[in-house]
Design a protein around this ligand. Structure first.
Ligand SMILES: Cc1ncc(COP(=O)(O)O)c(C=O)c1O
Length: 392
């Protein structure tokens, strides 16, 4: 497949070349861990050992690189493993700038594992570019962007952060990589490489596989390599292949299959989310709705500029506080009370109670992952769950 096809078309066809041996339309699932050498000791088919490379994983990686518009991709056993490979590509003593609202698992990984191992960290409100500029210093090697952020839907200006990073590179003479966690914005929602990012990371656990039955992650490298040693990609690839936290063949195969329906799933999910956001804004039991598609969102204009759709995640806060939030989650019948996101089924979650105590998430906040059900059914369910919270 070439770059002239649109992402919606690419997603259907990538990795679907008929199998050379059988003509099978669907790519085979290669479970082999090892591959035959030739009589001369060479590896005529290119594969040696599945930790380093596996044909099924390679097909998924190749598809993701093309879909995201990067040059290569590396698939991992989880989104967190993919993110960790990027975060750990920063040498000890290096400084990272991260968002003050981000996936709590990665924040905890940074605090409990990576800072004790020698990384230094500053968390800032990345919706404020001046705060990012103020946090960057001579030792800064990586700015980690998550936009919209989990779970408060803060929006970061990716191109703005890239220009801050480039200014710092010019000032201090050392690379400052910008990595974007695109888990909430699968292709084609937010083409981060067009905005100058060095790496894009996805938890394939979410939208890319789309059915809540795969755990996986992927890191995609920017289309143009930087001169070594300024390029982060070789270190990410080394961490993947040498440590072996790789996507298993079946997970890679399922994720590749998930791509086939990505565009249609995303279109319905984003439309449903916009409808639900508008419904919630008008609801008297709701204090605030966080969704970048709402004109009242503080960074709506940035979102409108850099996103092709506003996504299918939203959060809302209850006028009645934490008790009301927990009660609403307890009353839904169609939404499922569960963590995670990006599947075809709608989920709702009282977020503060799954995150470690003392985090930034308001206790009256419910996070919603919007699925592909009929939107009227989703609205009816929320409406019934919210009704007892309306105080007259
Ligand atoms: C934004 C974001 N990044 C990374 C992850 C981690 O993905 P995984 O659970 O596959 O490790 C998540 C999980 O919810 C997430 O929301």
């Amino acid at each position: 497949m070439t770059g002239r096809w649109r992402p919606e078309t690419l997603a259907v066809h990538l990795g679907l070349e008929p199998d050379a041996a059988t003509g099978a339309l669907v790519p085979p699932l290669h479970l082999a861990t090892t591959f035959e050498r030739g009589a001369d000791g060479e590896y005529p088919r290119g594969y040696v050992y599945s930790r380093s490379d596996n044909p099924t994983r390679a097909a998924f990686e190749h598809a993701m690189a093309q879909l995201e518009g990067g040059r290569e991709a590396a698939a991992f056993a989880s989104g967190s493993a993919a993110a960790a490979a990027v975060l750990r590509s920063v040498p000890a003593g290096g400084h990272l700038v991260v968002p003050d609202d981000m996936y709590h698992g990665l924040r905890t990984l940074l605090e409990r594992v990576l800072v004790p191992a020698g990384l230094r960290l500053t968390a800032v409100d990345m919706s404020d570019l001046a705060a990012v500029r103020g946090a960057v210093r001579a030792e800064t090697r990586l700015v980690w962007v998550e936009t919209p952020s989990n779970p408060q839907l803060k929006v970061t200006d990716i191109a703005g952060v890239v220009s801050v990073a480039r200014e710092a590179e010019a000032a201090y003479g050392a690379p400052v990589w910008v990595a974007v966690d695109g888990t909430w914005t699968p292709p084609p929602w937010q083409p981060a490489f067009d905005l100058g990012a060095d790496l894009v990371v996805h938890a394939t656990t979410k939208y890319l596989s789309g059915h809540s039955d795969v755990l996986g992650g992927v890191v995609v490298a920017a289309p143009a390599a930087r001169p070594e040693p300024d390029d982060p990609w070789p270190r990410v690839r080394d961490i993947q292949r040498l440590e072996g936290g790789v996507a298993g063949p079946f997970d890679a195969w399922l994720a590749l299959r998930g791509l086939r329906t990505l565009a249609v799933r995303l279109a319905v999910q984003a439309e449903n989310a916009a409808t639900l956001a508008a419904f919630l804004v008008a609801h008297p039991a709701v204090r605030e709705v966080r969704y970048p598609g709402l004109p009242a969102h503080p960074n709506h204009e940035v979102a409108a500029r850099q996103m092709r759709a506003f996504g299918a995640m939203l959060s809302f806060r209850l006028a009645g506080g934490e008790a009301a939030a927990r009660a609403v989650a307890g009353r839904v019948r169609l939404f499922t009370r569960a963590t995670s996101l990006g599947g075809v089924e709608s989920l709702i979650e009282h977020r503060a109670s799954i995150e470690p105590p003392g985090g930034p998430t308001p206790t009256d906040l419910l996070r919603v992952s919007v699925g592909i059900e009929h939107v009227d059914d989703l609205m009816d369910d929320l409406s019934e769950a919210l009704a007892p919270e309306v105080r007259t």
